[in-house]
Design a protein around this ligand. Structure first.
Ligand code: ANZ
Ligand code: ZN
Length: 860
């Protein structure tokens, strides 16, 4: 039986590649390397369609680059620390280590049938001491270099997870996993000094042309560089318990200083603290503010609220004037100076605040050509919207008449000359808080000694490993509850001391794993410098856009920090970045509004749908991102079982451009399946005598199309336009189908050539069936080790040209003629055109001029 047996074929070739070790990467300075990496998975236990898409995209790149002669590194590993393991421990009593390792084993088995060309000998798992010991060393090096430090700081506290969250993990004021409203707490935390590189991280974005514009913009906004001034406002009277005589504010609009109507302090400003002891009500007000958390979004969206302290400060440019000092919930302590001057006319938040508390609104910037008196009156008396665009300074003394940019400069100059302020650059980026009060993470390798303070764990005592015997019955950090683990002697003075019980944020592990893959077995170092130099940077990184700022920015920081600590010599970890779209699926609900799984739904002839199990009518909803909560997921393992990995891969690649969302559908996967079977039959039983491999082929339309397809697909793969690549291959397949319709007349050598071309071009996308067909076509080699086809440039030239036909200078028609055809042939064809004959009215032309391949000019 000559039918295509998917299961047998796919298993056979996976075994074959394994046995031949086809995908092992070895450093070879003589060969050009290519490092392709997909963001490594979290071992949740089951692969999902998003994984299938991500790893298929990477695999196509890896296989194509390998065929094109590159020394390819395509590794896989596990981002294995994190909360879900601990939650499993809490809910089911299984140890996080056991849960994680079992999930890894299960997912590895689910990945294997996909036929990915991975060098599994380089597999890593970040929860093993062999991995995390190296990041403990890195941390100690960062400490020495001043790139890691500890400080007391306000943090986002997730009351359900009992842990600190990074700002990025707070979404709409809620914990990203728990969904619980986040609170503020002040804790001692470890930080990595990402701000040290703020300027460089921003400027270097311009040198990443192979990154999506969108991701670069998101990082630039996150880094948030702004230019402005620090301005001193002198208190009219000293405040007991506070040593400063002035309030320093940060502003990006020094041009609006004359419009100041109040000063606002952060609830956590030192002056607020000093005042709290003396002024009743402040402590309560601050506590209320704390309830909205520390994330900017939360603070931005909360209703503006304030507390009048009764203090006043002198205006730096107009000392006769004083303005009141308030405490306001929208002023952040960790941005700028933690204090602002409010200019309601030109800042919306300040406007909202001023209208709520009856503070004055003064226009100090007007649109060019505005009626200043009317504009000022409206803004002061009735407006609820601030005018925040640039314009011309008004009501501003010496600044009047200056454009905003000019006015900013002039104001700063004046402030500096008076000693009342300085021009500065400010970044929105904060240092990265890496402390987590959790068990399943890498222990921070330091010891707290009452006599010596913070003592780094001596390097010969690394790694600090996690204790196995922990319990999860109490809320909080199991490392803290452990009876013995944290009690150690101080390495410096020998007295009783305590281990740090914080562990690292799990983004720590993913910030350098790409370097570990260069040298995954290194024991004394995280990775050897030579191997890192050979493989890094990653040439093509592929993953979800949800990591645009977190993981991708941390990795860029980490690479710089490692460089400065002597680990490697690159600054940028990822030379090329591609962010793939999501996978969507229709959603289904029954009459009770309950979600129904796609596997239980059948479309009916009338265009509706019913539930398979009981025939109940189903309402079909729109296609949305696959998610467990809507039950619209499709299990990749089931799809691969039914149709095979090749069909699943092909559908993923052909349906839409890889950066767009993809709608998963049964008809789509079936279409891919049918195509592969058709290709199989074209090779197995077209009835055409294909002759032997390597026979000479003549020039023919089919051969030319094959060459064109090689050129086009090569180009498409380079640009990651997989869907258009597939379309071109399918066109060539159709042409082969036409050519073999009359088997007796077909040119066997040309058909073989075209078929071999299809098989070779399709190999990176559907590796199994193409290997099998290649063997059936009589080759003793395997495609995984075969060079990429090359197009013959001579056969790429267009074989026909379109020529214009003019009569007395007017276009009267066009002709499709063989390229470089003789002049008399072009002339005859032109004169035969009905339109031309009509123009000539039966007479002979006076003159005919032929410009080869372009135009036939007829003079009547
Ligand atoms: C006066 C002013 C007048 C402002 C005006 C704006 C418009 P970016 O551009 O994001 O850097 N600001 C400064 N520190 C703050 C803090 N800790 N918390 C909340 N807001 C703060 O924003 C800078 C502007 O945000 C600053 O310029 C300041 O308000 C406010 F017509 O100063 B501005
Ligand atoms: Zn000590």
């Amino acid at each position: 039986d000559d039918r295509y047996n998917v299961k047998e074929t796919e298993e056979k070739w996976q075994r074959e590649w394994d046995e031949r070790d086809s995908f092992r990467a070895t450093e070879d300075p003589a060969r050009q390397k290519y490092y392709v990496l997909e963001m490594f998975p979290y071992p949740s236990g089951r692969i999902h369609m998003g994984h299938v898409r991500n790893y298929t995209l990477g695999d196509v790149v890896a296989r194509a680059k390998r065929a094109q002669g590159f020394n390819v590194l395509h590794p896989m590993g596990w981002d294995a620390f994190g909360l879900p393991a601990e939650n499993a421990a809490i809910e089911r009593g299984v140890h996080p280590g056991k849960w994680t390792r079992e999930n890894i084993a299960a997912m590895r088995e689910q990945f294997k049938p996909m036929g990915l060309s991975i060098d599994w000998s380089r597999e890593i798992s970040t929860c093993e001491p062999e991995y995390y010991r190296h990041e403990q060393k890195m941390f100690l090096d960062f400490l020495k270099a001043g790139l890691a430090y500890r400080k007391r700081s306000w943090v986002n506290w997730d009351p359900v997870e009992n842990t600190v969250l990074a700002n990025e993990q707070v979404i709409d004021g809620k914990g990203w996993r728990s969904g619980a409203a986040v609170e503020r707490r002040e804790l001692n935390q470890w930080f990595l000094k990402i701000t040290h590189y703020a300027d460089d991280l921003l400027a270097a974005l311009d040198h990443l042309p192979r990154w999506p514009e969108k991701v670069r913009t998101m990082q630039a906004n996150w880094i948030g560089k702004s230019e402005g001034a620090r301005v001193f406002w002198e208190l009219t009277a000293p405040v007991a318990g506070h040593d400063q005589t002035a309030i320093e504010v940060y502003t990006t609009r020094p041009d609006t200083l004359f419009g100041a109507s109040f000063i606002a302090l952060s609830p956590h400003h030192p002056l607020t603290k000093a005042l709290a002891d003396q002024t009743p009500g402040i402590t309560d007000f601050v506590a209320e503010c704390d309830r909205i958390g520390t994330s900017e979004e939360a603070i931005e969206t909360a209703e503006k609220r304030g507390f009048d302290t009764g203090l006043r400060v002198r205006h730096p440019l107009d000392p006769d004037r004083t303005v009141p000092v308030w405490i306001a919930n929208f002023v952040l302590m960790d941005y700028g100076t933690g204090a602002i001057f409010g200019c309601p006319g030109h800042d919306q938040r300040d406007m909202d605040f001023a209208r709520k508390y009856g503070l004055p609104v003064t226009a100090v910037v007007a649109p060019r050509d505005a009626d200043v008196a009317a504009f000022s009156r409206d803004l002061a008396e009735t407006a609820t919207e601030a005018y925040s665009d640039p314009g011309v300074a008004v009501n501003s003394g010496f600044l009047d008449g200056l454009e905003t940019t000019e006015a900013k400069r002039a104001a700063i100059e004046k402030l500096e000359s008076l000693g009342k302020g300085t021009g500065t650059v400010q970044f929105r980026l904060r240092d990265w808080g890496v402390s987590r009060q959790r068990y399943w993470g890498c222990p921070v390798p330091v010891i707290h000694c009452d006599a010596c303070g913070i003592v780094p764990v001596p390097e010969d005592q690394l790694p600090v490993t996690l204790p196995e015997d922990v319990t999860f019955d109490k809320p909080g950090n199991p490392l803290d509850h452990h009876p013995t683990w944290k009690h150690v002697d101080c390495p410096t003075c020998g007295k009783a001391a305590r281990r740090e019980t914080d562990t690292f944020d799990t983004f720590f592990e993913s910030s350098w794993y790409f370097a570990r893959f260069a040298d995954p077995k290194a024991e004394t170092v995280g990775f050897g410098k030579d191997k890192a130099a050979y493989w890094l940077p990653v040439d093509q990184y592929i993953g979800g856009v949800e990591h645009a700022v977190l993981h991708l920015l941390y990795s860029r920081f980490f690479t710089r920090a490692l460089r400065d600590c002597g680990y490697l010599d690159v600054a940028e970890p990822f030379e090329g970045l591609f962010t793939q779209g999501m996978i969507n699926h229709e959603t289904y609900k029954d009459q009770n509004g309950k979600w129904v799984e796609p596997g239980d739904v059948e479309k009916t002839a009338d265009g509706g749908a019913k539930r398979i199990s009981d025939g109940a009518p189903i309402v079909v909803g729109r296609s949305e991102k696959m998610s467990k909560s809507k039950k619209n997921t499709v299990d990749p393992t089931r799809i691969i079982d039914t149709y095979g990995a090749d069909a699943a891969r092909l559908f993923m690649l052909s349906d839409s451009p890889p950066d767009r969302d993809l709608d998963w559908s049964d008809s789509g996967i079936e279409g891919a399946w049918r195509y592969l079977n058709r290709l199989w039959r074209l090779v197995a039983d077209s009835g055409v005598d294909l002759g032997a491999p390597g026979a000479a082929v003549g020039d023919s339309a089919l051969v030319r199309q094959a060459h064109k397809t090689v050129a086009g697909v090569t180009d498409d793969l380079e640009g990651l336009r997989f869907n258009t690549a597939v379309a071109k291959i399918r066109e060539l397949t159709n042409a082969i189908g036409d050519a073999v319709k009359d088997a007796a007349k077909a040119d066997g050598a040309a058909v073989r050539f075209a078929l071999e071309t299809v098989v070779r071009l399709l190999n990176p996308m559907t590796p199994h069936i193409t290997e099998e067909l290649w063997a059936r076509l009589g080759h003793g080699t395997i495609l995984a080790e075969t060079a990429w086809p090359k197009a013959d440039p001579a056969l790429l030239v267009e074989d026909t040209v379109t020529m214009a036909v003019q009569v007395n200078g007017k276009l009267r028609g066009t002709l499709d003629l063989p390229k470089d055809c003789p002049k008399d042939q072009a002339e005859a064809a032109a004169l035969a055109l009905p339109n031309v004959q009509q123009q000539l009215e039966g007479k002979a032309p006076r003159k005919v001029i032929v410009v080869p391949n372009k135009i036939v000019n007829i003079v009547a």
